[in-house]
Write a protein that binds this ligand. Structure first.
Ligand SMILES: [Cu+2]
Length: 145
């Protein structure tokens, strides 16, 4: 009994340690969620930097607060604004990418419950190698950049 406890505890410590390494390798700052009225999708913006020695590939995101979250890129074609899904977004070691109006963004659809300005929402970024990075986004007004 005592033996299996010890194994359990060292297993947990190992888990905590790997989580710390992950968190140190990927850095997210300025995470905000631009709310639109009614059932319109919300847009998620942030900066992501890869401070690890290896490439990472963002393959998606999910949130308990929304039914669907997708990675999008806004584009301009002959003056027409549109957007397309981004199934893979690769960051080389030392690279950073900005999710901002007019470019990359998270599109969050079908709110599960009402959200107010200032609320905090967890969105988990999912990477190709299985890393999952939970990020706290703050709900901001539709006019915020
Ligand atoms: Cu979009």
């Amino acid at each position: 009994m005592r033996h299996s406890y010890r194994q359990l505890i060292s297993g947990l410590l190992l888990l905590a340690f790997s989580a710390m390494i992950w968190a140190a390798d990927l850095e997210v700052t300025d995470a905000r969620l631009r709310l639109l009225p009614g059932d319109l999708p919300a847009a998620g913006y942030f900066s992501l930097s890869n401070t690890s020695g290896e490439s990472v590939v963002l393959v998606g995101a999910e949130s308990p607060a929304f039914e669907r979250v997708t990675v999008h890129q806004s584009t301009q074609d002959k003056g027409m604004a549109s957007m397309e899904p981004v199934p893979h977004l690769e960051l080389a070691p030392g690279d950073a990418v900005e999710f901002a109006p007019g470019g990359y963004h998270l599109m969050l659809m079908e709110r599960q419950s009402p959200l107010a300005l200032g609320d905090e929402v967890t969105v988990t970024l999912v990477f190709k190698d299985g890393q999952r990075l939970p990020v706290m986004f703050q709900a901001v007004s539709p006019t915020a950049q």
